[in-house]
Ligand binder design. Sequence first.
Ligand code: ADP
Ligand code: MG
Length: 516
Amino acid sequence: MEDKIYTSYPPLLNPAQKEFLVATIKNWATQNGLLVRPAPTFVPKEVDPSGVLATNAPVTLFPSPFPKSCFDEAKALQTVYNRLYAAITCNEEWIGKIMEDLIDVDDFISHLWKVHLSVKKEGYSQTLSLGLYRSDYMVHAPSSSTTASLKQVEFNTISSSFGGLSSLVTSLHTELLTAPPGHSITYPSHPLFNSNTPPENPAVESLSAGLAAAHNAYGPSKATPALPTCILFLVQENERNTFDQLALSRQLTTVHKIPVFRLLSSEILDHTSIPNSNPSRPLIYSPPHAPDTQFEVTTAYLRCFYAPSDYKSERDWEARTHLERSAAIKCPTVLNQLSGCKVVQQVLAETTGPDHLASFLSDTDPATVARIRETFAPQYDLSSSGRGRDLALNVETAMNHVLKPQREGGGNNIYKEAIPDFLRSIPESEWKRWILMELIRPPPGAKNVALRTDGEVLSGDVISELGVYGTILWDQADGKISHNEQGGWLLRTKSKDVNEGGVATGFSSLDSILLY
Ligand code: ADP
Ligand code: MG
């Protein structure tokens, strides 16, 4: 089936058709906010000193075919994955054990763990915890004779991005597919296009509903006198993916009628405070544009603080601690962020020793637990007793693997033949910072065309990565879940010759799906 689809997909465009389609998409992107801020390498600061310009997000010209069985399975498992990561986050002792080894060698993880310990010592003032997750997968089909299966690339517990722009790409491709016949030559005909449109993509609705659920669960103001409440988006300096975030805040203000503010992570200590005299520790926000007004933050949504570069000095760690000890519901808490470490995914995937997955999902039927386990690709630690070390140091076996550190945001992995030399170039004591993962092999032969942010149009062999969004609100004190939803998805497509992924990192383009 795959082969048949790929040999003729996407349909060929002659130069005039291509030019017309690209022009249509460029205009659509601007008209509908499918945009990013341009990279300084494309539009230097001197050209746009006041930062008024935006450009189309990187986007494929066509939706990519994706096996329906894999798509349905990813969606069906999402609320189970949500529960799994809430359960892990509730088990502080288990996370602590896993972090023990890392703390000696990984400064970033060690810092995060210290933030948790210091707030724990004082006592957390908020037990509710919000997760806006994205579980990332590839289709594994190493040869045309094997059935395609769904394998997880990673599970994101912090700053899971692109829900806003992804739903726009779904709209763009749907509009192109459903243009009235004769009206447009935008897409040449193809059997896969016949009354086929991408599945619905309610990513904005579902992610916003998760934030709204936390806001509503916070309850009345804890401040004296009582204050109006709001949600606060904490964001990075020089963020280029602003419009993706604004899609969520607009939904919150227009549909849920919740005030939303954006604050740079570097300004948290300047514009928020926790009154010393109030044991509930409400997080009070004074907007810089209206310093006499005050709001109480119900939910602190982090689109920052996931990478070491977000913490430029001790003051940034103070800001993270300040948020963590406040009564605002964190999305995510430090513990929930740590539960998303690659090493946690590696430990869950272990096939010998204690069955951690089954114990975290003890209230789930074994068949469903087995389906979750089916999504794991083989992963190893690099301890002297394990298999991982042998696989990583031998070039032949390393070729089938990727080496990952405990980092988020792309650009951190070591791939294939580079693994043995890389490991030998660092002290052996640091090897425990890394996990080794077998490569997922997407079906060969997929092709697409991408319009990049600088206007370049690239065609060729591609690999796609599916992300499925999930939201969960639970109580850390007793594990009780009050909201658990799956909603929306993301398809990112990159050139087959590139190891890394990521849209923000410049490797992938946003895409949508035609199910087959
Ligand atoms: P990050 O947290 O940096 O996003 P990921 O685990 O998602 O880390 O890895 C980055 C990219 O590397 C992925 O988007 C994917 O393209 C590629 N990658 C990661 N793991 C695998 C794997 N097991 N098989 C194939 N490609 C992978
Ligand atoms: Mg990733």
